[in-house]
Design a protein around this ligand. Sequence first.
Ligand code: NAP
Length: 273
Amino acid sequence: MIIPEKLCGIIGWPLGHTMSPLLHNWGFAQLGLPLTYMAFPTPPDRLETFLAGVRALPVWGLSVTIPHKRAVMAACDHLTERAKAVGAVNTLYWRDGKLWGENTDVAGFLAPLHAQEDLPQKAIVLGAGGAARAAVAGLQELGLTVFVSARTLEKAQALTDELGGTPLPWEERTQALDGAGLVVNATPLGMSGERQEQSPWPAETWTPSMTAYDMVYNPLETRMLREAKAAGASPIDGLSMFVGQGLEQFRLWTGQELDEKEARSLLAHALGL
Ligand code: NAP
């Protein structure tokens, strides 16, 4: 039995169900590392105290989720260029006694796109929240022309003012691509529950020259992906991003790699697939 000597975990509020403990504890066990990963539900009024504790306890690394992704930035000694570009941190790690903030959502978002043979030239990101920020930053890195459409136009405007790209009213979102390009769903439409049968993109406007990238991963095949596939478009599901951001965190904390396919199959199994 390996007795854990150091702690990793995830902070957020409300935390709800998260697959991160499963992924990281599996990885630590695979490599025989004396680390354990826990869920730390952390209300906003306890965040400062929690982060002070991180400097006193053997905390090796943290994942950060809603609503703390911006608030933790002030507690970091350094921010990576990506974290600065996105304006949000989802990972804390130590280097030479300094606490760094990184955003691995960008690497996770880009992972399945790097695997594509031909990247489109244009993309539209649907939604203007935290996930959309990571997508826009990643697409800018790839040099694509980026549009952002959100039901609250002011939020798309504010996001593009800060990160680049062109805002589009929600009603005009299908006009951005002229039938070819990448559509990224960064809204909760399609998630299991009451929004499962919703799609942010009209079924009749998919073409075989389009790629549908859904950040929602539960269910794995959302209505958007189902309709895109039926029209001959290429689908990318949200589990690839989730695995990609998690493996990047694992790399930052341990300097070691996990097998992407094995990690994906572990999480797919946990999702009941
Ligand atoms: P968020 O910050 O709450 O942003 C959600 C965005 O969706 C907002 O722009 C919101 O608009 C919009 N929206 C909500 N309901 C809508 C509706 N009925 N119609 C149109 N737009 C709507 O959430 P987030 O953190 O960006 O996450 C968004 C999605 O990405 C979630 O499903 C999340 O699970 C997924 N995600 C996946 C990964 C991954 O690793 N695969 C990582 C992060 C997030 P308003 O501001 O007007 O409400």
